[in-house]
Design a protein around this ligand. Structure first.
Ligand SMILES: [Zn+2]
Length: 378
C-alpha cells in the first residue's frame, strides 16, 4: 500500500498518524533527503490531512478521536487507512492537493503557509520569516503563525530550502521552532541533516527520506504520463538515481539525443577525444552556467557512458534494446570486455571527481583523453 498514493513514505506516515491519533504530535519537523524523492509532496499531503476536521476539529474542540480510542492498538495498515483527509469538510474543500492531471500543486488554503528560497537568491531571505527590516514581526511567516487560524483549527507551515538559512534567518526562527504557536505544525525541508544549523536541527524532530527504488521511479513516470511506454520509463529510471528531479532531467529530449550520439562515438575504436570533449562541455553548459545544474547533467552523461560499458562486459545486465544493439556492434568490432571494464572504472573516477567539486571541463577532458587512450591500446 502507499499512503495517499505517495511512494516510499508509509513508515513516516504511520508515525504521524499514530502520534496525531494519540494527541502527541510535536510542532516542529525537519524532513531531509535527496531532491525529487517526495518530501514536498508528503509535506503537502500531511498538511491537508492534519488540517482536515476529521483529525482536528477546532481550537477548544481539538482532536476528534475519543480519549479511550487514543490508546487503541492499531496495525500500521489501519493507521494509514484512517489517516486520510475526509475531502468533505470546509478545510478539505479549500485544500487542493492536485490539479486535473494529478500533478501536485501549491495548496491555496488560508491556514497553510509556504516559504521557499526565490530562484534568483542564494539564501532564504530573512524578511520572508520575520518581515522587512523596518517592519519586523509585522509580516512574514512567524507573524502569520501567531495569528488565529482562519478556519479556527490548526495552522501548518512548510519551509522549503532549509539548506539555505543564514544565521540571521535561523535565529529569527528559533523561538517559533522551539515553541510553535498552539496547534501549529512547522515542517522544514532540506537535503541533509548535516546541512542544517545545529540550533535548528536540535529543535526539530528529524524524518529521513530515502531515494526511490528504480521501479518506483518508473511507476511514477508512467502514472504521470511523462513517458509513452514502460520500456522508456525503465530506461529513464536507470539514470535517475532514485530521484524524480533526475528523471525529469533525463527525460529532456535533448539529453536523450545527446546520449545516443555520445554512446555511438564511444563505441568507435578511434575516439576523437578533443572534438568529443568539446561537444560534452557544450551540452553540459547549455542549460545554465550554474554549477548546481551542470553537475547533474554531467553525471547523467557519465552514467549513460557507464551503462554502455556495462552492456559490453555484463551481458546479462538489463539494458534497453538500442544500447544492447550498440554493445553487440562494439563487441563485434573487437571492443574487448576487459577494455570496457577499464573504461567503466575510469568513468566512475570521473563521477567521483564531480562529487569532489572538481572543475567540470577538466573532468570531461581528462576522462575522454584517457578513455581514448584505453580504447586505442586494446
Ligand atoms: Zn476534511
Amino acid at each position: 500500500m502507499s499512503w495517499m498514493g505517495i511512494l516510499g513514505c508509509d513508515e513516516l506516515a504511520v508515525q504521524f498518524a499514530r502520534a496525531n491519533r494519540r494527541g502527541r504530535l510535536g510542532g516542529s519537523f525537519l524532513f531531509v533527503g535527496p531532491s525529487g524523492v517526495g518530501k514536498r509532496t508528503f509535506a503537502f499531503a500531511l498538511a491537508k490531512t492534519l488540517l482536515c476536521r476529521r483529525h482536528f476539529a477546532k481550537i477548544g474542540e481539538g482532536l476528534v478521536v475519543a480519549p479511550d480510542e487514543r490508546d487503541e492498538n492499531l496495525s500500521d495498515a489501519e493507521e494509514l487507512e484512517r489517516f486520510v483527509p475526509c475531502e468533505e469538510c470546509e478545510s478539505c474543500r479549500q485544500f487542493n492537493l492536485h490539479d486535473e492531471s494529478e500533478t501536485v500543486v501549491m495548496p491555496n488554503h488560508p491556514d497553510f503557509h509556504y516559504v521557499c528560497k526565490p530562484a534568483e537568491r542564494s539564501l532564504l531571505p530573512v524578511s520572508l520569516l520575520v518581515g522587512d527590516p523596518d517592519d519586523r514581526m509585522q509580516s512574514g511567516l512567524c507573524f502569520e503563525l501567531n495569528q488565529t487560524a482562519f478556519l479556527g483549527g490548526r495552522k501548518v507551515a512548510v519551509i522549503d530550502d532549509a539548506d539555505y538559512f543564514n544565521q540571521e534567518g535561523a535565529n529569527a526562527l528559533l523561538k517559533t521552532l522551539e515553541e510553535p504557536p498552539e496547534h501549529t505544525i512547522i515542517v522544514l525541508i532540506g537535503t541533509s541533516a548535516t546541512k542544517q544549523l545545529p540550533t535548528i536541527r536540535s529543535r526539530c524532530q528529524i524524518f529521513r527520506f530515502a531515494p526511490l527504488a528504480q521501479t518506483q521511479v518508473a511507476d511514477l513516470l508512467m502514472r504521470q504520463k511523462k513517458v509513452e511506454s514502460q520500456e522508456i520509463a525503465e530506461q529513464v529510471a536507470r539514470y535517475a538515481n532514485g530521484s524524480m528531479t533526475e528523471a525529469y532531467r533525463a527525460l529532456d529530449s535533448d539529453f536523450t539525443l545527446f546520449q545516443r550520439s555520445l554512446v555511438n562515438a564511444l563505441a568507435n575504436r578511434r575516439i576523437e577525444a578533443v572534438e568529443l570533449a568539446k561537444q560534452v562541455i557544450e551540452h553540459v553548459d547549455k542549460v545554465s552556467k550554474e554549477a548546481i545544474v551542470r553537475r547533474p547533467r554531467l553525471q547523467n552523461v557519465l552514467r549513460s557512458a557507464l551503462a554502455f560499458y556495462r552492456a559490453i562486459f555484463a551481458t546479462n545486465a538489463r539494458v534497453d534494446r538500442d544500447l544492447a544493439a550498440l554493445a553487440d556492434k562494439a563487441r563485434n568490432n573487437g571492443f574487448q570486455e576487459e577494455t570496457a571494464i577499464k573504461c567503466a572504472e575510469r568513468t566512475l573516477t570521473a563521477l567521483e571527481q564531480i562529487d569532489l567539486n572538481a572543475n567540470l571541463p577538466y573532468i570531461i577532458e581528462s576522462w575522454l583523453y584517457e578513455i581514448a587512450a584505453i580504447v586505442r591500446k586494446q
